[in-house]
Design a protein. Sequence first.
Length: 223
Amino acid sequence: MRPNRAAAKAAACAFLPAVLLSTGCGGSDDAAGAPTAERLRRALVTAADIAATGLTVAESNTGADAVPAADNAACQPVLDLLSARAAGTPASGLVAATATNPPKTAELTAIVLVSYPHDDAQKIMDRGIAALASCPTFTGPIAGGGKAEYAATRVPASSYGDQSATVKLVTTSQGESITAQYIVARVGGTLVDVVLADTKGGPGGLPASTLVAKQIDKVKAIG
């Protein structure tokens, strides 16, 4: 992998809060609300749930990674939305998984479930959706130094849960770009974040609607 591609991938991975170590993005042990996390863990989709998609699912190490930062504070809610987390807003539970389709080895689907007390989940959604309108492009620091440029576009798509947003994010670093498309949905106080990224710089696409719908249904079932 060329150095500039590695930098771009590192920037893109900053928006996948917890993925399998084999992706090169890293992970850590669960650090958010063990009882709630266990309930969320039972709600993660399995390969059997979405057999028709051809995807295989594996739970990842979950972790409270740092929320990516935007140079423009007004754009920070966009990154909070795509991370399903916000600095200074403690989650009551967080779990994650990855889904892969063997014939499409460049594609990585990450699934993150994060629960919040009170109305914090709705605040993250509301602020992020509002900020998308005024922050189509912005910059932020990446691991190891340097900057990445981000272009975020809201995509017309099906609605999910109590509230949802579909966003295409293009991350560019050192002239190389990676595209990821996010579906972030709120089910009560839980955020469901499903993202499909093409790690080799392809155009990417939306996460499988069957996967998203089944994940929403399983979160609804745990109440």
